[in-house]
Design a protein around this ligand. Structure first.
Ligand code: PMP
Length: 390
């Protein structure tokens, strides 16, 4: 029986269908791993773009419109690992804005094709460069923005295509000095190009404070004891953490961080400088950082549990077979981290909510492809990897 189900309506546009995602109990997982707690997954692939990031796409564009940062005919540009791009792209398509996304090479091809299907332009950048380098995905987005600002008027789709191809060529040919020149030139800001920047945008955590958190509170009737979420920009855990801590301070907010990211090190008290030095690449997508974004407030996070790529991937694959829930690697990481944390800390009889940020369809050629796993040195016997958690 469907109770309190509010999504059985007719909507005026796709943007209105964002949010109100279900909580799904993970009974088979609880039994297999002998978890003495109730596990509920907030399954965010029910959003129209397939991820939790649709929520912030909507909030960041609405916020920019309200504040006059973007006007009709404007271009929205974002450095993104994919999901935020998709959220922005579908809201932008609905509202008539052009979009450009810059993405590191390591991100899956599927994500690039999805963005292009929604009318966006995509520029690929090298993965292993510092965020401040002129060919990093952050800086390449600024270069595109500056070239549009320079025109002092809205650009056509054709003009935008030329700008995108020019910048992609500079990146590919490693013309660092030319990129730096575009970045350093003093250009007047116009509302014809805007970078929402999910890492610094207050509407990112606000989207989760006002929607994701309220939904969880309502769905659990305020009976939640633990919330587990991966930390990328930190918007999810910060927005949810803030709302829930205002309601009941004793609810534990636990972050899940990949090995190689800085969050767990900073939370343990290491200086940011030291932590950044220790950061190293990993393959799970969407979580972990080598910078400390403005959108994260680690004071709301009670603890952080660390998960490696192998554990994340094995759990993601196992979850699909065991529960029929096909999600991405950050969801598998969150679930692995949850069970590990609950067991290590002897937690029993609690209601636990875990955020599953996106769909596994984004990773069919990677996490769900044995050949890719083997080529990258991973074990494909998931049960063997997970044995230690039982
Ligand atoms: N998982 C995936 C797949 C993501 O794309 C993101 C967003 N980077 C996250 C988790 C983390 O969410 P947040 O940025 O709100 O911390």
């Amino acid at each position: 029986m469907v109770e309190n189900y509010t999504k059985l309506s007719i909507y005026d546009d796709i943007v209105q269908t964002i949010g109100e995602t279900p909580l799904v109990r993970l009974k088979k997982i609880e039994k297999y791993f002998n978890v003495k707690n109730e596990l509920y997954a907030k399954v965010e692939f029910f959003n129209p773009g397939g991820s939790i990031k649709d929520r912030i796409g909507k909030y960041m564009i609405e916020g920019a419109k309200k504040e006059g940062k973007i006007v009709e005919g404007g271009v929205i540009i974002e450095p993104t690992s994919g999901n935020t791009g998709l959220g922005l792209a579908l809201v932008a398509a609905d509202e008539g804005y052009l979009t450009v996304f810059t993405m590191p090479d390591k991100m899956s091809l599927e994500k690039e094709f999805l963005l292009k299907a929604l009318g966006a332009f995509v520029i690929r950048t090298p993965t292993a460069v510092a965020p401040g380098d002129p060919n990093s995905y952050y800086k390449v987005a600024e270069a595109v923005r500056n070239l549009i600002w320079k025109k002092k008027r809205p650009v056509t789709r054709e003009e935008l295509k030329e700008i995108v191809e020019y910048v992609q060529k500079l990146v590919k040919e490693e013309k660092i000095d030319e990129l730096r020149e575009i970045l350093d030139e003093r250009i007047e800001e116009t509302p014809y190009a805007y970078i929402p920047n999910q890492y610094f945008n207050k509407y990112n955590p606000l989207a989760h404070y006002e929607t994701t958190a309220r939904e969880i509170w309502k769905q659990t009737k305020g009976s939640i004891n633990y919330l587990f979420a991966g930390i990328g920009t930190g918007g999810t855990i910060t927005g949810i953490g803030r709302y829930i801590k205002e309601k009941r301070r004793d609810v534990k907010i636990i972050g899940v961080d990949p090995v190689g990211s800085i969050y767990n090190l900073v939370k343990k008290g290491m200086s940011l400088e030291e932590a950044v030095k220790k950061a190293h690449p990993y393959l799970v997508e969407g979580i972990g950082e080598d910078i400390l974004p403005e959108t994260v407030d680690l004071s709301l996070v009670d603890d952080i549990v660390v998960v490696n790529d192998q554990e994340a991937f094995a759990m993601t694959r196992f979850l699909a077979r065991k529960e029929g829930i096909l999600v991405g690697g950050s969801s598998g990481a969150a679930l692995y981290g949850t069970i590990k944390y609950l067991k290590e800390n002897g937690v029993k009889g609690k209601k636990v909510v875990i955020i599953f940020p996106d769909t596994g369809r984004n990773y069919l050629t990677k996490i769900f492809n044995d050949k890719w796993l083997l080529e990258n040195g991973f074990e494909i016997d998931d049960e063997k990897v997970l044995e230690g958690l039982r």
